[in-house]
Design a protein around this ligand. Structure first.
Ligand code: FAD
Length: 473
């Protein structure tokens, strides 16, 4: 029997359930396939940094796959809608009787999987979806009543219980399969619509680079993670997010290495290790939310009352934020780091996102889309989760009245101004802020309170005029 693995955000050999299953079945050989879907990426707002890094990871994986006797075919279609027919035609052409894929939480990917299963089923080709892009199958973690969790803490508790009872999943590393007389496809250097990314040299693509980075992080920085994770001027975090986003490394591999270094009992871990694993669980939580509440994939806020928020149309403010010219040093330094490297420290992501959605009162979707176009680690669920957290429109989000003061945040987390001096392209405190932080804070609280009260009045049958409404962006 010949099998096929359809690759997406799982560009690795190790701990890849779909590859493992395809190799188990493919006694007569396995073929790997990747679809370039530029129009779909544009529809999803994916930018050049993420696409460049993904293509580089794909190149590295192609070499690894070929060593295992597996050709990696590259096909280009416009959108996911084109995939089912094309997939079936390629599978039939190469006589593959089964296709394996790793699960994605977004609604478009899931609809695509359903359509593939139907189309392939007509031709007696099986289509199987596996789980290895998260440590546990996130859709199987549900409340007592069988619904998805909305709040992180109970999700996390349940997640740990499930991990304890199921144990860490184990997948085989592929062995050399029957070598097929088939050439791998060519991975393009450039894709029309995506400008070549000038900072790609900063991010060494591929699984090997991820393993090196992980080992180095586990050697030392993880033990101080709890103290250093919020200090943007220091390298206190792993910076593994681009590899996790493209799947060049699986979180399962990461947790296994943690077990090997620090033992399997999380009670025995140092606080740094505990905090870091907690962040991996946040990653799983946002995927769980995206899977459980498809509206998240459809530009909708998680909380209903957020539809009533009267966001401001402020193109000058949005432009100043994007260009790093708001006059607030920590914000502008963060936006410069993003532009120059494709990455921004988590604390600064929170500060910049809260400033945009609260002080400028600009719709979070503008920020979400700017980040998606500029982040090398762009990941739909984590980005959406981060933005809806900052905007107080998400599940388990920051309460709307608790608004970061960016200047105080910088005083607390960038005490010696290391971060600001490193990224700001002007002398610190040399530009007047575009908004008064106190006045804009009060405006945000009033606007959010009004939106929430209107929702409460409506649910009580009130007929107050909905003067506050968010428009589609
Ligand atoms: C507005 C906003 C947008 C964001 N957009 C993205 C995004 O597009 N892609 C992305 O991977 N992360 C996103 N994050 C989450 C977080 O900022 C990054 O994951 C983190 O900065 C990556 O750096 P690191 O690898 O050094 O993280 P570490 O601190 O070393 O954490 C390890 C891993 O845990 C995961 N993780 C850490 N923090 C979070 C978090 N808050 N939510 C979900 N997962 C987390 C990441 O996969 C990360 O690589 C966003 C956060 C905010 C506030």
């Amino acid at each position: 029997m010949r099998s096929m693995v359809l690759l997406r955000n799982d560009l690795r050999l190790t701990d890849n359930a779909a590859i493992d299953a395809a190799y188990q079945e493919g006694k007569d050989g396995t073929i790997a396939l990747f679809f370039l879907t530029p129009k779909q990426w544009q529809l999803h707002g994916v930018g050049s940094p993420r696409v460049s890094f993904m293509l580089n990871c794909l190149r590295s994986l192609q070499i690894e796959l070929e060593k295992s006797g597996t050709p990696l075919l590259i096909e280009q279609v416009d959108t996911y809608e084109d995939i089912p027919l094309r997939l079936q035609s390629i599978a039939s052409q190469h006589d593959c009787q089964s296709i394996h894929v790793n699960r994605e939480p977004g609604i478009d990917e899931r609809n695509c999987d359903d359509a593939c299963a139907t189309q392939l089923g007509i031709h007696d080709i099986s289509f199987q979806v596996h789980d290895s892009n998260t440590i546990l199958p996130i859709h199987e973690i549900v409340t007592g009543s069988g619904s998805p969790y909305r709040v992180f803490t109970p999700f996390c508790k349940q997640w740990h219980q499930q991990l304890e009872s199921r144990g860490l999943p184990v997948f085989n590393q592929p062995e050399v399969s029957r070598v097929l007389d088939l050439e791998s496809g060519t991975i393009p250097n450039e894709i029309p619509g995506f400008i070549p990314w000038k900072a790609q040299h900063l991010w060494k693509a591929g699984s090997d680079a991820a393993h090196v980075l992980l080992d180095k992080f586990l050697d030392d920085a993880i033990l101080k993670y709890n103290d250093k994770r919020d200090v943007p001027g220091e390298t206190g975090t792993s910076t593994l997010s681009p590899w996790l986003a493209t799947g060049a490394i699986s979180p399962i591999t990461i947790l296994r290495k943690i077990y090997q270094r620090f033992g399997e009992n999380s009670e025995d871990w140092n606080i740094g290790v505990k905090s870091w694993v907690n962040e991996l669980v946040w990653r799983e939580f946002y995927r769980h939310v995206m899977h459980g509440f498809p509206k998240v994939s459809m530009n909708q806020p998680m909380v209903e009352w957020a539809h009533n928020i009267q966001w401001r149309e402020d193109s000058a403010g949005l432009q100043a934020w994007q260009e790093g010219s708001t006059g607030i040093d920590i914000i502008d330094a963060g936006m410069m780091q993003l532009k120059e490297t494709g990455w921004m420290h988590n604390r600064v992501r929170m500060i910049t996102a809260m400033f945009l959605t609260k002080n400028l009162l600009i719709h979070w979707r503008h920020g979400e889309s700017y980040f998606s176009r500029h982040l090398v680690d762009y990941d739909f669920s984590s980005n959406n989760g981060g933005w809806q957290w900052a905007a107080s429109t998400g599940t388990d989000a920051a309460p709307y009245f608790r608004i970061f003061n960016p200047v105080r945040q910088a005083d607390t987390w960038d005490t010696s101004r290391t971060y600001i001096k490193r990224w700001l392209n002007r002398t610190p405190m040399s530009l007047d802020p575009i908004v008064d932080l106190q006045v804009s804070r009060r405006r945000a609280i009033e606007t959010f309170r009004a939106a929430k009260e209107f929702a409460t009045d409506k649910s009580k049958g009130g007929n107050q005029d909905p003067a506050i409404r968010s428009d589609a962006i």
